[in-house]
Design a protein around this ligand. Structure first.
Ligand SMILES: C[S@@+](CC[C@H](N)C(=O)[O-])C[C@H]1O[C@@H](n2cnc3c(N)ncnc32)[C@H](O)[C@@H]1O
Length: 224
């Protein structure tokens, strides 16, 4: 596990306190991920995103690369069972489209925000479990195998809990031909996740997330 901590995608919370793997100094520019330049499709989405940010509008959608949201919007089905590690606006977005969402979260502020928003909408298909991030992997391991159509790994890490461990625990929980989504997948510290998922088809999306200043990558893996 890498000991390097630094920038994270959770710009708005101000509470993450460096709980993310460091990728500083690896970009040629802020329009490059750590792996290379972002594609033309990401440039096309940029003006609208900037306009929204200037107006202080935050879309109620997952905080991942916009092209990955588009991909997910086209694929998600009303009967999907989703496991989400790291809650927020994505929980609300997923609940509107999937059959059932099980979400793990450790942060009081985001637990509160998410619960309140779900209650406001009268949402009944989400189970939001409060627990320390250090427990995420072991709790995932206790879930039945092959039971999720989609697992989303997008939580703030701690020195003793990283996303790679969560990916490892999730592998057998995704049903055959189901999906696992890893956000910020261009971080070098996450390369072991690609090794763990080497038999799975990987679709990489690069671009600028809502309200975030630099390009990153989201990867969706499909279980054989
Ligand atoms: C990278 S954020 C992603 C959360 C969620 N999967 C989403 O896409 O909205 C990871 C963590 O930051 C906190 N968080 C959630 N939404 C956030 C937001 N809009 N701004 C800042 N922090 C957020 C939560 O503690 C969450 O587990």
């Amino acid at each position: 596990m890498s000991e390097a901590y630094g920038s994270d995608s959770c710009a708005e919370s101000g509470a993450w306190g460096g709980r993310g793997r460091d990728d500083d100094g690896l970009r040629a520019s802020r329009f490059h991920t750590t792996r290379g330049p972002m594609p033309p499709s990401a440039w096309i989405r940029l003006p609208t995103a900037r306009l929204r940010a200037r107006r202080g509008q935050t879309p109620e959608r997952p905080w991942i690369v916009p092209a990955a949201i588009g991909w997910l919007r086209r694929r998600i089905r009303p009967n999907w069972r989703v496991l989400e590690l790291g809650a927020g606006r994505s929980t609300v977005w997923l609940a509107r489209r999937a059959g059932a969402v099980l979400s793990f979260e450790d942060d009081q502020l985001w637990l509160g925000w998410t619960r309140e928003r779900l209650a406001q909408l009268g949402t009944t298909n989400v189970e939001l479990r409060e627990m320390a991030v250090e427990r995420f992997a072991s709790e995932v391991a206790r879930l039945p195998d092959d039971s999720f159509d989609l697992v989303v790994v997008d939580f703030l890490e701690s020195p003793r809990a990283d996303r790679v461990e969560a990916v490892r625990a999730s592998l057998t929980k995704v049903r055959p031909r189901g999906h696992l989504l890893l956000d910020d997948s261009d971080r070098p510290a996450y390369s072991p996740a690609f090794e763990l998922l080497s038999g799975w088809r990987a679709k990489r999306f690069a671009g600028v997330k809502d309200g975030w200043p630099q390009a990153v990558e989201t990867t969706v893996f499909r279980r054989p």
